[in-house]
Design a protein around this ligand. Structure first.
Ligand code: ADP
Ligand code: MG
Length: 371
């Protein structure tokens, strides 16, 4: 019986590997904040191969148990360094001419900005993906200096109510990458860029509280343009890296909001589902990819699909008060990843998935002890 479990587990794992392709979905669970109680966690099990079991602790028994499978699950104790180490190869590939999009999806307060930017008073230790990526790109481009020269440009765009505003644009040399309507700044280091980003944010016409409020209702897109020139052959290559902190995915009760708030909610809904549809179509290798349904997917079209690589961070708040929101986040993620191994399988087999996976885990321990 144990053997059958192992075989089954391996089969599932292989199935997932085959489906992976150029689209990856990582789940990240943020830690409990002061005042939240850990016994209220919805997280039941995190597996090494991206398994996640959630349940509502306020419900009795096995009710509400759901199993998900992603490319990787980062638990609440995961650090910025660990998270980045798993995406570093993607960042490097931009310098080889690939287009890469990295998204953070989840309800407001689930840790999207923490993952992408890091905390407010960020130190190098707590830097998010954005700064680590830039730092890497600068460092690696420097180390290739003898054979390749790179130009690196940075652009920040905010998409609010399906309209986008150009924030700042920076680039390492004042020639080349032409993007209108934005001031140009030469940058050669991550520190330069951080300073500019902060200035850019400060210069926005809204106060800090309004900023936070609004940031949860707009998509923030940082685009890093890379152009490389091979000194020997004079051939050039281009790569783009898009780092996207999406608007909060929480559902808004239509009976309670009107006016601007309702319009915002509708725009967010539209663009997130358009994004979901695009990634789903790509994961299915569908001949038609519906890029045109939102500003966000139009803006990112050239970097989604083809040889481009897409990574989505699915952010979760582990508190049971957010259970239903978390479930809908997980279902969205499950759909876009094209990997659906959840409830259907577990209910069909009528087994407690958590028990099963714990068996597999302990079995693995036994086996590796023997090796
Ligand atoms: P979002 O951008 O999804 O609205 P935030 O990134 O602002 O969420 O996170 C909400 C709160 O949780 C913030 O106070 C943030 O500092 C904290 N937080 C989120 N993720 C982590 C983490 N991995 N470690 C420590 N604190 C975190
Ligand atoms: Mg945020």
């Amino acid at each position: 019986n144990y053997n059958a479990v192992l075989v089954e587990n391996r089969r599932l794992f292989n199935e997932v590997q085959e489906l992976k392709g150029n689209i990856r979905v990582f789940c990240r669970i943020r830690p409990f904040l002061p005042g939240q109680k850990e016994k209220n966690s919805i997280v039941q099990y995190i597996g090494e191969n991206g398994e996640l079991v959630v349940a509502n602790p306020s419900k009795q028994g096995k009710e509400g148990h759901r199993q998900f499978k992603f490319n990787k699950v980062f638990g609440p104790a995961s650090t910025q360094v660990e998270v980045f180490s798993d995406i570093e190869p993607l960042i490097r590939s931009v310098l080889d001419g690939y287009n890469v999009c990295i998204f953070a999806y989840g309800q407001t307060g689930s840790g999207k900005t923490h993952t992408m930017t890091g905390p407010k008073e960020s130190t190098k230790e707590t830097w998010g993906v954005n700064y680590r990526a830039l730092n890497d790109l600068f460092n690696i481009s420097q180390s290739r200096k003898s054979s390749l020269t790179y130009e690196i440009g940075v652009q920040m765009v905010e998409i609010y109510n399906e309209q986008h505003t150009l924030g700042i644009l920076t680039q390492s040399q004042p020639s080349g990458l032409a993007v209108p309507d934005a001031s140009m700044h030469a940058v050669t280091s991550t520190a330069d860029v951080m300073e500019l980003m902060e200035t850019g944010l400060r210069n926005r016409a809204v106060g800090a509280t309004a900023m936070n409020e609004r940031s949860s209702r707009s998509h923030s897109v940082v685009t890093i343009h890379v152009r490389g020139m091979d000194l020997k052959t004079s051939t050039s290559l281009h790569g783009n890296l898009h780092l996207v902190d999406l608007a909060g995915s929480e559902r808004v009760d239509r009976s309670e909001v009107t006016g601007d708030r309702l319009r915002e909610a509708q725009h967010i809904n539209k663009s997130l589902s358009a994004l979901g549809d695009v990634i789903f179509a790509l994961a299915q290798k569908s001949p038609h990819v519906p890029y045109r349904n939102s500003k966000l997917t139009q803006l990112l079209q050239s970097s989604l699909g083809g040889h481009a690589k897409t990574l989505m961070f699915v952010q979760l708040n582990p508190d049971m008060n957010s259970f239903s929101e978390s479930l809908s986040t997980l279902k969205f993620a499950e759909r876009v990843s094209g990997i659906e191994l959840g409830a259907a399988r577990s209910s069909k087999e009528g087994r407690d998935v958590r028990e099963l996976m714990e068996q597999v885990a302990s079995l693995k321990d036994t086996i590796s002890d023997k090796d």
